[in-house]
Ligand binder design. Sequence first.
Ligand code: THU
Length: 141
Amino acid sequence: MKRTDDIPAEELVRSARSARERSHSPYSKFRVGAALLARDGTIITGCNVEISSFSLTCCAERTALFTAVSRGIKDFVAVAVVSDAEETPPCGACRQALADFNPNLEIILGRQDGTFTRTTLGSLYPKPFLPTSFPHGNIPQ
Ligand code: THU
């Protein structure tokens, strides 16, 4: 899957909405779901998980990312994010984490009614630190 036209945006938003239902957010009550699309078409979802020691909380995007990587999936083309807000652009930490895997990731900002707007990680986070930024050129496999 190479062309952005091939991205099943509606399906990704639906997947993110379902993942949002599983959000564990007793403190903020702000439920977020994310759905990552791998290049082979696999969709991996995640929700935000809040911990009583608040800074340990993990955003939906990184839950999805770490779930995917733990399943051996590392090549991503898009992510959809849905919350209770009109739009939820990934936070700075998630932008960095996603950029490590694809700095040009397509980002789909979805809403509860299934509508969405599209942007790119390249425009939201234009100059990331990357695995290739290490002076010794160490690129994790
Ligand atoms: N959150 C996400 O899951 N993704 C975002 O892009 C923004 C914030 C979560 C973290 C926390 O559980 C709650 O939303 C409030 O910040």
